[in-house]
Design a protein around this ligand. Structure first.
Ligand code: FE2
Length: 168
């Protein structure tokens, strides 16, 4: 459900059914995913031009905040046994951005289309993806973060987010 969209901020409330995996896509802006219920898995894809390669798998359980850079390509799945819940915060207007998705059976980028994105949900393939830590995870709030979050990057995103929040 879309909660807010303005030129520098978009907020969605998104819940995912267990056992489903959605198509790879990018956002072309910083994304902060605050998972408050259940667990989600991110498959992070290496990109070469507009082609994607085999993804790395990253499992996250609530409560956690995941940060993705503007160039990140990911596919999200609910690998848990219950419905997951998350607030998705994007530092830009995601609803008006010409971004990309990749069909489940293709490695070539296509324009993002919400209907095709939702129709592209598939059962999770067991064991898909290599283990990895390409996303930054901030556990238990935005002040604590894992070593994988580069401090400069974290400070940049949080300071931008605070500026935007102060204007709401
Ligand atoms: Fe996404």
């Amino acid at each position: 459900m879309l909660l807010h969209a303005s030129p520098d901020l978009t907020i969605y409330h998104i819940t995912l059914s267990p056992g489903l995996q959605y198509p790879p896509h990018n956002h072309l802006m910083d994304a902060l995913i605050g998972i408050y219920k259940g667990s989600e898995t991110n498959f992070i894809y290496p990109v070469d031009g507009s082609e994607i390669d085999a993804p790395e798998r990253h499992d996250v359980a609530a409560p956690a905040v995941v940060h993705m850079n503007p160039d990140t390509v990911h596919a999200v799945a609910n690998t848990g046994s219950a419905r997951s819940g998350a607030l998705h915060v994007y530092l830009g207007n995601l609803t008006e951005t010409h971004r990309h998705m990749w069909s489940p059976d293709s490695t070539h980028a296509e324009p993002f289309d919400n209907e095709r994105y939702l129709a592209g949900a598939r059962p999770i393939r067991p064991g898909s993806g290599k283990g990895g830590r390409k996303v930054s995870v901030l556990r238990g709030g935005v002040n604590e973060h894992s070593a994988s979050l580069r401090p400069d990057n974290g400070r940049r995103v949080l300071s931008r987010f605070k500026n935007i929040a102060a204007r709401l």
